[in-house]
Design a protein around this ligand. Structure first.
Ligand code: BQF
Length: 292
């Protein structure tokens, strides 16, 4: 069994980007500038957005964190987005999700200039992804593709079963892995809360991507021998033995599934760090496309 070390691979990618930034500086070029909007002060969201800002600093990007109050109106948030759309110093920006309930998420994502949409959530970019046109791939699916590629895991003709159909992970990874591309050419099945006989489907999988948001949902009896496991889940589970009061659990019951798997991503240190690395990659791409 091989652990797919997302922490290490993400550090390799960050080093590659940092080298690229150095060469940009030596040529007198502008370095990439990422902005992030955080609405409210949800603990997990703050952790994620801070990790993104810190990663920018580490590799030599400029970054701007815009913190807005929990009870901001949709209109005011849309104004902030307009500012970033028209601010020529910003190459790309993200709006940290989830948003508070008074705000229509789809309306917000549609307000982002697609050329600055480094999360790849704007409908134009989702369409471009589905049509295999140049775009920004959403960071988590992009990170999974990159991890599979760098570990040279064969996907062509394989049965891939995706647990979950979210707009952020399940749906886009199902599109990407069925496309004619690196880490693609797979036979993809998407299962979700209405699927019947789910275990019969997962037991046929050569590769499982677990992205349903239910901690330790996938157990050893649900997979076949030598399965490849990509665990996208990241849930805080109360744990009195931890000093912060919780541990991080994936969507996969690691103990039982890892006994059968040929490859498996750990939680933490698997897909999560790859998400950050690919956001940076998209921001570099945004800088290079800017002015073109
Ligand atoms: C790790 C996210 C759910 C909802 C909104 C490293 C991250 C996570 C884990 C991270 C995530 C999850 C992010 C690890 C960004 C991934 O070491 O295992 C990094 O920062 N993520 C997000 O921005 O929004 C989310 C999950």
């Amino acid at each position: 069994m091989t652990i797919l070390d997302g922490k290490k691979v993400s550090n390799d990618i960050k080093d590659e980007i940092a080298e690229h930034v150095k060469s940009m500086i030596s040529k007198g070029e502008k370095v990439p500038h990422l902005a992030a909007i955080l609405v409210g002060s949800d603990g997990a969201s703050m952790t994620y957005v801070n990790a993104k800002v810190k990663a920018c600093e580490r590799i030599g990007f400029n970054s701007t964190l815009i913190e807005l109050p929990e009870y901001i109106s949709e209109e005011e948030l849309l104004e902030k987005i307009h500012d970033l759309n028209t601010n020529d110093a910003i190459d790309g920006f993200i709006v940290q999700l989830p948003l508070p309930e008074q705000i229509d998420e789809q309306k917000v994502l549609m307000a982002i200039n697609p050329d600055k949409d480094v999360d790849g959530f704007h409908p134009v970019n989702v369409g471009r992804m589905a049509l295999d046109l140049p775009t920004f791939l959403p960071a988590t699916p992009y990170g999974i593709m990159e991890l599979l590629e760098r570990y040279q895991i064969e996907t062509s003709g394989k049965n891939v079963v995706i647990l979950g159909r979210s707009h952020i992970v399940g749906r886009p990874i199902s599109i990407l892995m069925s496309q004619k591309r690196k880490a693609g050419d797979a036979t993809v099945t998407v299962v979700h809360s209405r699927s019947k006989n789910l275990e019969d489907i997962t037991r046929e999988a050569d590769i499982v991507v677990a992205a349903i948001g239910i901690s330790e949902f996938l157990t050893g009896d649900m997979v076949k021998e030598d399965v490849v496991i990509i665990d996208v889940g990241i849930t805080r589970v109360p744990d009195a033995t931890k000093k912060n009061g919780y541990r991080l659990a994936g969507d996969v019951h690691y103990e039982s599934v890892s006994q059968k798997a040929s490859y498996i991503t750990p939680v933490p240190g698997g897909v999560g760090p790859m998400t950050i690395a690919m956001l940076l990659k998209n921001t570099l791409l945004a800088r290079e496309r800017h002015n073109k």
